[in-house]
Design a protein around this ligand. Structure first.
Ligand code: F6P
Length: 341
């Protein structure tokens, strides 16, 4: 049996560990053959593949990015669609696919499975916002990188008695902000799930300043302060359907400065959070998910995704991961907020 693996959507530390886990388990336990589609769905639609023998995955679990390349190609556009893809797979002798991706990728995988293709999924996102899995690989690494960067911002902020605003990833949810903010002792954490007024932010910043601290604000990129709602609706939405913000930290810094009188600087951490080597936790999780995905193929559990439930790897239907994002629950934010100011 020949299996095609693809990585789709934004890259994420741990992708290569999934590929290695799948290939090694498949070759050693089930005598399977593997190929990789290049650049996500593009490789599927265009039949662009590379062989994945055991030697291709040697030592790759500690490498960032993905050896297969990735893209945000929609498999239903252009020359895509279920019939064309089926014909490609037949021509290439590929029996089934392991699709590693986030919500958009898994939604496409579900449509293709419904049309008769043999697919199993592996959830992926640094944002940790996929439902039906307790954690996604890449999140732990992103939090670690963000925390290290924020610790550095803190020492320069303290030297200059400045307020530092650090913007982290999190398009729809604030998991990275919550965890990196808690880990670095932020005086305010701002996330998309919580409407926080500029007055409240200024209060936390002033409080920290009065205690002789250099205030530290951690904000998720998708955070929308109440007063900017109107402006957003006028500026429309970007390709992900989120308000066109253009760097929320850059917008917040002058607002904080004018309300508190404290000199304020903004830093956007951006893609640095997705680059480089995955943490040990992410390598282990990703490896286990890759291995389990191959077991799902052998069991012909088409239309399912492997997921982390507590400490065990489970199987859930694609639909369980789609629709609802896993948001930061109120009690987790309230718990963190006790530490603000
Ligand atoms: O979904 C993961 C993510 O890193 C988001 O946090 C971020 O908004 C987005 O991807 C960035 O996408 P791109 O790399 O395509 O700019």
């Amino acid at each position: 049996m020949k299996i095609g693996i693809l990585t789709s959507g934004g890259d994420c530390p741990g992708l290569n560990a999934v590929i290695r886990g799948a290939v090694l388990n498949g070759i050693k336990t089930h005598d399977l053959e593997f190929v990789g589609f290049r650049d996500g769905w593009r490789g599927v639609v265009e039949g662009d593949i590379i062989d994945l023998p055991r030697s291709a995955v040697r030592g790759i679990s500690k490498q960032g990015g993905t050896i297969l390349g990735t893209s945000r190609t929609n498999p239903f556009e252009g020359n895509g669609g279920p019939d064309a893809i089926k014909a490609n797979l037949e021509r290439l002798g590929i029996d089934a696919m392991i699709v590693i991706g986030g919500e958009g990728t898994l939604a496409a995988a579900k449509r293709l499975t419904d049309a008769g293709l043999k697919i199993v999924g592996v959830p992926k996102t640094v944002d940790n916002d996929l439902d039906a899995t307790d954690y996604t690989f890449g999140f732990d690494t992103a939090v670690q990188i963000a925390t290290e960067a924020i610790d550095r911002l803190r020492t320069t902020g303290e030297s200059h008695s400045r307020c530092m605003v650090a913007e982290v990833m999190g398009r729809h949810v604030g998991w990275i902000a919550l965890h990196a903010g808690m880990a670095s002792g932020a005086h305010a954490i701002l996330i998309p799930e919580q409407q926080t007024s500029l007055e409240q932010i200024a209060e936390w910043v002033t409080e920290a300043n009065h205690r002789g601290r250099a205030p530290l604000v951690v904000v998720a990129e998708g955070f929308v302060p109440a007063h900017l709602d109107q402006a957003h609706s006028e500026r429309g939405l970007d390709t992900f359907g989120r308000p066109r913000l253009g760097g929320i930290a850059d917008q917040l810094a002058p607002e904080i400065e004018s309300r508190t009188g404290i000199e304020t600087r903004a830093t956007v951490l951006g893609h640095i959070q997705r680059g480089g080597v995955p943490s040990a936790f992410d390598r282990v999780l990703a490896t286990r998910l890759g291995m389990a995905a191959v077991d799902s193929v052998v069991d012909e559990a088409w239309g399912t995704m492997v997921s982390l439930k507590g400490t065990e790897i489970a199987r859930v239907g694609f639909e369980a991961a789609l629709g609802n994002l896993k948001v930061v629950p109120q009690h987790r934010y309230d718990e963190a907020a006790i530490l603000f100011g």
